[in-house]
Ligand binder design. Structure first.
Ligand SMILES: *Cc1c(COP(=O)(O)O)cnc(C)c1O
Length: 408
């Protein structure tokens, strides 16, 4: 009876595959790092240079972070078998909340199983029917989903377009909105561009709006002290809410947070559904994240951020010299544009053969026709790593792009 259902699913899968939109998973045979092992088609481990992790400061494989995570598991248990408010809060959770809040300059912070959950949690308890959310068109999927869960009116502005943001704010005010929240990624993960947070805050001041920033691709590695995009742009007014992750720079494990004023954090703890109805973070995750924050805040963090900036600069200028089309910017996310999904996928496969681990990104992660290989730099990439990657791009990707004109 349900056979037509399964047939429909198989048809859908076949279509995804035919359009080159499949997202096969590569299996690592070693810990995360810039040099790692990946199983090839025969199942044999192959040494590759990794240029697609969110491991910006290289802390995911750091011996101290791993030891701190292991120690936390030994001292506090594998997990809490509870949500936070029943019997799932230990001192290590309170410590991590206090630490991330202090690092980013907020009164309080609330932990989540992921930043996806943090973004799913943040809007609904804070905003109601009479309020408005004005959202950048390139915001992360989790913000889009979080906004959908909320009763506030929705407005969208073309990414980074301040004239459009202003127009949407005028509209929201004339529609009689009470509270208005502008929501944006600090760094857009697929384009590697900064949100113009100075201009956004100036507009927020003028329209008496609040600003919420998802800083997943900045916290720990960008901005002064690694304090992310709000610390980079000098402007009046505050960023009211920052959401972020422990799954990228700050240990690479998993887990997210909302940082905000105390009353906001308190209401989130009372009302946010992903907080109330989902298990507490494992102590190992908290222990690893605390150690990663300690390193990010220390002078060593500054040194790692300096190395990351130099690696980014070297790769960007090298790839421009090769003549490949890249989206301009200064963040450690460097999108090499292919256009056609199959071309990006074929280039990633050939680069893998050449010993480079990168991934082709296609719909629905990026718009159709804008497929790309997103290269991500790490503080642990040496000049030799970067030059090897550039040689691979020159040998493999450049001829492919020329042959196919970005279309296969
Ligand atoms: C990675 C990312 C997320 C999701 O974070 P997780 O902790 O992995 O769920 C949310 N927003 C942005 C902008 C991201 O880059």
């Amino acid at each position: 009876m349900s056979e037509p259902f399964y047939a429909r699913i198989r048809t859908e899968l076949a279509r995804i595959d035919a359009e080159g939109l499949g997202k096969p998973e590569r299996v690592l045979a070693a810990p995360q790092g810039v040099e790692t092992l990946v199983r090839d088609a025969r199942g044999d481990p192959r040494a590759v240079l990794n240029f697609c992790a969110n491991n910006y400061l290289g802390l995911a494989g750091d011996a101290r972070v791993r030891e701190a995570a292991a120690r936390a598991a030994r001292d506090h248990g594998a997990g809490l078998a509870s949500v936070r408010f029943i019997c799932g809060t230990q001192e290590i959770h309170k410590e991590l909340e206090a630490e991330i809040a202090a690092y980013l300059g907020f009164e309080d912070a609330v932990l989540f199983a992921s930043c996806f959950d943090a973004n799913a949690a943040v809007f609904e308890p804070l905003l109601g029917e009479g309020d408005a959310i004005v959202s950048d068109s390139l915001n992360h999927a989790s913000i889009i989903d979080g906004v959908r869960l909320c009763k506030a009116r929705r407005y969208r502005y073309a990414s980074g377009d301040m004239n459009d943001l202003e127009a949407q704010l005028v509209q929201a005010r004339s529609d009689g909105a009470q509270a208005i929240l502008i929501a944006t990624d600090g760094v857009f993960s697929m384009d590697g561009k900064y949100a113009p947070l100075g201009d956004i805050r100036r507009l927020a001041e003028r329209f008496d709006a609040l600003v919420m920033v998802d800083d997943c691709h900045a916290t720990g590695h960008l901005g002064p002290g690694g304090r992310g995009t709000p610390a980079m742009f000098d402007a009046p007014g505050e960023v009211a809410i920052v959401t972020g992750t422990f799954g990228k720079t700050l240990s690479g494990a998993m887990g997210g947070f909302i940082a905000a004023r105390r009353e906001v954090a308190d209401l989130i703890r009372q009302r946010a559904r992903p907080y109330l109805f989902s298990n507490t973070l494992a102590p190992s995750v908290c222990g690893g994240a605390l150690e990663a924050i300690r390193i990010a805040r220390s002078p060593e963090g500054d040194e790692l951020r300096g190395r990351l900036a130099r690696a980014t600069q070297r790769f960007r200028s090298g790839i421009e010299d090769i003549g490949l089309p890249v989206l301009e910017g200064t963040t450690p996310i460097v999108p090499v544009m292919f256009g056609d999904a199959r071309a990006a996928q074929l280039a990633a496969a050939r680069l893998f053969e050449a010993g480079l681990l990168v991934t082709g990104f296609s719909f629905p992660v990026v718009p159709k026709g804008l497929a790309r290989i997103r290269v991500q730099l790490s503080a642990l990439h040496s000049d030799e790593h970067i030059d090897a990657a550039l040689r691979a791009f020159a040998a493999v990707a450049a001829p492919l792009l020329e042959e196919t004109d970005g279309r296969i």
